[in-house]
Design a protein around this ligand. Structure first.
Ligand SMILES: Cc1cc2nc3c(=O)[nH]c(=O)nc-3n(C[C@H](O)[C@H](O)[C@H](O)COP(=O)(O)OP(=O)(O)OC[C@H]3O[C@@H](n4cnc5c(N)ncnc54)[C@H](O)[C@@H]3O)c2cc1C
Length: 502
């Protein structure tokens, strides 16, 4: 095998964009019904329309991660188990299976009635190997995300185009993707929760264990270290019906005078996912009342409280990046790796990226590099979102308005994947930069972010999980994690200790 995997690069062709919204009649068709299943119930054969998304997003690298050039991808004989079958887990199963692993996927819920807590905006749907049809859970090809900042009577709007943006019926997307994987030979075990005890046995049975169970991860629960995830947002959301013809096919995010934001993501002209999220330091006393008030202020239908979900969004890096891979064969992806965006809480494309990166490195026999590569890939996004979040924490909506004005027009996914574009736009506004630099909180945040000094560093000394602030994450295959990080860092070793006969 070639010793050096291809570098990361961003390369999208102009034709790599979504095809625009489907017709209204198509989009209003109910999509989450049993008869839209991608597999034929008798034969297990995949419906070609459901699966055909053109080129394979993992194999071609999708522009953001190494992909799998020819010459790789024959790991036949190796086995992998993926625990958690949402976005990160499905992507991991897809990519590892493409790389030649025999893959088993465990998902606690049943895909037929799976509940997802999410705004359902997928900002890089090109990463999913499914045709972007309403039947596959893509009712709306979102053209742009409008972000409004409301400060007293002043409203500032910025528009972020979405080349591959969709507001999805995510339960349908997951069901279709799982069916697609099953048809390709992945052993999909839905409705199967892996217990902490069972997790302890997986490293014996499989060459690779992928933890895609969200936050806090099963690996952390196994280790009783769930407190290591720091920096969450709490959100409440619901699917509502109403008249969204004035907004659709755009999506709307509203920042007001609180530490958080509200959203309205139309799926059709008459259906939308609406929600509101708060940073954990600023939670309201009554979530339902605060949600209803936000809907009323914004002219959105007030959801029936019985249909609303309350869930936690991790803000990355909410986990020590070095903890994302255990040398003994346990690797964390998606929310389990604590990588959702710190400012927006957006984590779907991040989850898929982490899984594709993990699988590409596994295929190159370079998995020990995963923590460093994942952190390196995410770090510019962490930096931008951490610093910009300071404008909200300091209640400086004037500065947030200035930042939005500067970055207006950049593709919504590019803001995360190529934050240099946003930073370059800011650099062209010296007055704004000077105002940002005058804010002690923003200066402090910039310094902390540059030093990788995130919240997870505040873990209690002696817990065995605390990182050394400012030091580099795991450096590569030759690093001895046991020596570098202390014995409690090795989940695999602790799993081994539980094996029968040990
Ligand atoms: C209210 C809300 C709104 C959001 N809106 C957006 C948005 O619009 N766009 C966006 O990009 N991101 C959004 N996010 C973030 C996004 O939902 C997450 O970042 C993303 O879901 C992470 O995917 P994941 O697969 O890593 O984890 P999860 O989605 O948490 O999935 C974990 C899976 O593991 C399964 N599981 C857990 N434990 C076990 C076990 N023991 N055995 C077997 N299976 C198990 C669960 O059932 C679940 O299916 C939102 C989050 C919230 C809470």
């Amino acid at each position: 095998m070639d010793a050096s995997p291809p570098p990361f690069s961003f390369s999208r062709s102009a034709s790599d964009t979504n095809p625009g919204p489907a017709s209204d009649s198509e989009m209003d068709a109910p999509t989450d019904t049993a008869d839209t299943d991608a597999t034929d119930a008798d034969t297990g054969a995949i419906d070609a329309d459901a699966a055909d998304a053109g080129t394979d997003p993992f194999l071609d690298g999708a522009g953001f991660f190494p992909g799998l050039p020819s010459g790789y991808g024959d790991l036949t004989g190796r086995s992998a188990v993926v625990v958690g079958g949402a976005m990160a887990g499905l992507a991991a199963a897809h990519a590892l299976s493409r790389a030649g692993y025999g893959v088993t996927l465990y998902e606690r819920q049943s895909y037929a009635d799976k509940r997802v807590n999410c705004g359902e905006a997928i900002t890089d749907a090109s990463l999913l190997p499914l045709a972007k049809t309403p039947d596959n859970g893509f009712p709306c090809a979102t053209t742009a995300f409008e972000v409004q900042v409301r400060d007293g009577n002043e409203t500032e709007s910025a528009l972020f185009p979405a080349a591959w943006g969709y507001v999805a019926d995510r339960n349908v997307v997951e069901r279709r993707w799982a069916a697609h994987l099953a048809a390709e030979g992945v052993a999909v075990r839905e409705g199967s929760s892996v217990s902490r005890g069972e997790f302890g046995e997986l490293t014996d049975a499989y060459d690779l264990v992928v933890d895609a169970t969200g936050q806090p991860s099963l690996a952390s629960r196994f280790e009783n270290s769930t407190e290591e995830y720091v920096g969450a947002m709490t959100a409440i959301n619901a699917d509502v019906t109403g008249d969204f013809s004035g907004l659709h096919p755009r999506a709307l995010i509203v920042f007001e005078e609180y530490l958080g934001y509200a959203w309205c993501f139309p799926k059709t002209e008459s259906r939308a996912n609406v929600g509101i999220g708060w940073a954990q330091e600023a939670l309201p006393d009554d979530f339902t009342a605060a949600f209803a008030a936000a809907c009323e202020r914004n002219g959105w239908p007030t959801p029936d409280p019985g249909t609303a979900n309350v869930a936690v969004i991790p803000r990355g890096p909410s986990l020590d990046p070095r903890r994302t891979y255990d040398r003994q064969g346990v690797v964390r992806v998606g929310d389990a790796a604590g990588i959702a965006n710190r400012f927006t809480g957006k984590g779907i494309s991040q989850a898929i990226h982490s899984s594709y990166l993990m699988a590409a490195l596994a295929a190159h026999d370079r998995l020990p590099e995963y923590p460093r590569r994942l952190h390196g890939t995410m770090r510019p996004e962490y930096f931008l979102s951490y610093v910009v979040r300071g404008t909200l924490e300091d209640n400086r909506l004037d500065l947030l308005r200035g930042v939005l004005r500067a970055v207006d027009g950049i593709d919504v996914e590019s803001v995360d994947r190529e934050p240099r574009k946003a930073l370059a736009r800011l650099a062209r506004r010296p007055v704004l930069c000077a105002r940002l630099a005058r804010s002690p909180a923003i200066r402090r945040r910039a310094v902390r972010a540059l030093r990788d000094d995130w919240e997870y560093a505040a873990l209690e000394p002696g817990s065995g999980t605390e990182p050394e602030t400012g030091t580099e994450v795991e450096t590569g295959p030759e690093t001895d994690r046991e020596t570098a990080s202390g014995p409690t860092r090795s989940l695999g070793r602790r799993l081994s200790a539980l094996r029968p006969g040990k």
